[in-house]
Ligand binder design. Structure first.
Ligand SMILES: *Cc1c(COP(=O)(O)O)cnc(C)c1O
Length: 396
């Protein structure tokens, strides 16, 4: 029999239970959660948020639609979010270069939940997912969370995808799911349609494989969306979000476009009524103001380009960016540069890519503050000859 534990006293505190003391699944032992620091500093350029608050007319419209929804909160929401999916399909049709219907669109609480549902349906124990690293760390984390084995695939030194090396990795590992992030987080690198098609076809030649194109940042890209690739390819999925270009990270709304059969498949694993009536009402209000919201995108693209030029003018190496952020380096001691910028009130992201940091394009005042800080810090830190530097965070 276990003795009754003594009542804790200040001198004799109760023992601290750690995760590994619990019967958690083996693959979760010793792991760290997703953890971009949320620090209260003047200039926060570390999580690729849109720096512009929603315009007041939209805030008023959200209040109106949420009030309407509130009158029915005694009822469960529309389980299939039909109106919202219809509006999202219209948005994609108008901007994505390809007509899609609401049967081809699915929505969830952030694209992270969309990705989780895809992995619950197409990954899981005994199956694997492959992504080309460095890339969005949540692809690996959600894989782990769903019991899907994770396979890090290769990238070139300039962070583009080497099609031949990628095809070889697919042939070797026979993944069930392949992630292609375009534009890629954290490097900003866009992937062209030819590369995605080559990977898709190479994967299908091995076995039926779902190819998930994560287009979280596509509205900021110089290149068109890869949405048209879903046509006639039931194994190809495009995932999107309202967290970045729409400036609604707090809303938690992500969506996918794919063959209607994919939408049927994710419905097998989604929780009933997963998307609250309040979320659906808010997202619908935002979609009524699409043009205003996307107006900010052009400004942010210009700011992004300004950051690239200014950083290069300071002698930094900068990866070409198709997103609302810029990866810059290279530093001998990446963490020291990250800390020195933070000491000057500017929070950027250390994604654990040796030698590199990532900065989100903010307002022009925020970007000025960042560039001022960089000028001071870069003078102190010589660029690394090679990128064998240590880094503070384990993942992108
Ligand atoms: C930010 C981001 C997302 C968005 O996630 P949400 O859950 O929709 O906020 C998805 N993919 C990538 C690559 C991202 O960087």
């Amino acid at each position: 029999m276990t003795p009754t534990p003594a009542t804790p006293t200040p001198a004799n505190p109760a023992p601290v239970t750690r995760i590994d003391d619990l019967p958690v699944r083996d693959e979760l032992r010793g792991q760290s959660p997703y953890g971009a620091p949320q620090l209260d500093v003047p200039v926060r350029l570390n999580t690729n948020e849109n720096p512009h608050p929603l315009p007041e007319p939209l805030v008023a419209r959200i209040a109106e639609r949420v009030a309407e929804a509130a009158r029915n909160l005694n009822r469960y929401p529309d389980r299939d979010a039909v109106e919202l999916r219809t509006r999202l399909a219209e948005y994609l049709t108008r901007t994505g270069g390809h007509a899609v219907t609401r049967e081809q669109v699915w929505a969830a609480n952030g694209s992270n939940e969309v990705l989780q549902q895809l992995l619950q349906a197409f990954g899981g124990p005994g199956r694997t997912a492959l992504g080309f690293e460095p890339s969005y760390s949540m692809h690996a984390l959600i894989s782990r969370g769903t019991g899907t084995g994770w396979i890090p695939g290769p990238r070139n030194d300039d962070f583009t995808i080497d099609t031949e090396a990628a095809k070889a990795a697919i042939a070797e590992h026979r993944p069930d799911v392949v992630f292609v992030c375009s534009p890629n987080n954290p490097t900003g690198t866009a992937v062209d349609a030819g590369t995605v098609l080559a990977l898709h076809d190479a994967a299908q030649a091995v076995k039926p494989t779902m190819v998930v194109v994560d287009e979280a940042y596509v509205e900021f890209s110089h290149r068109p969306s890869l949405l048209p690739l879903i046509e006639g390819r039931p194994h190809l999925v495009v995932s999107r979000t309202m967290s970045k270009a729409f400036g609604a990270a707090g809303l938690r709304l992500g969506y996918l476009a794919a063959d209607p059969a994919v939408v049927d498949a994710v419905q097998l694993v989604r929780l009933p009524y997963h998307l609250s009536a309040v979320t659906q009402a808010t997202a619908l209000a935002c979609l009524e103001h699409t043009d205003t919201l996307l107006g900010y995108v052009d400004r942010l693209k210009a700011e992004r380009d300004r950051l690239v030029e200014a950083l290069r003018a300071e002698g930094a190496e900068v990866v070409d960016s198709d997103a609302n952020f810029v990866q810059f380096g290279r530093f001998e001691d990446t963490h020291a540069v990250w800390q020195a910028l933070l000491d000057r009130g500017v929070l950027v992201r250390d994604n654990g890519v040796p030698g590199w940091l990532r900065v989100t394009a903010g307002t022009s005042a925020e970007n000025d503050a960042f560039l001022d800080a960089v000028r001071t810090v870069l003078k102190a830190a010589a660029p690394a000859a090679d990128a064998a530097a240590r880094s503070s965070e384990p993942s992108a």
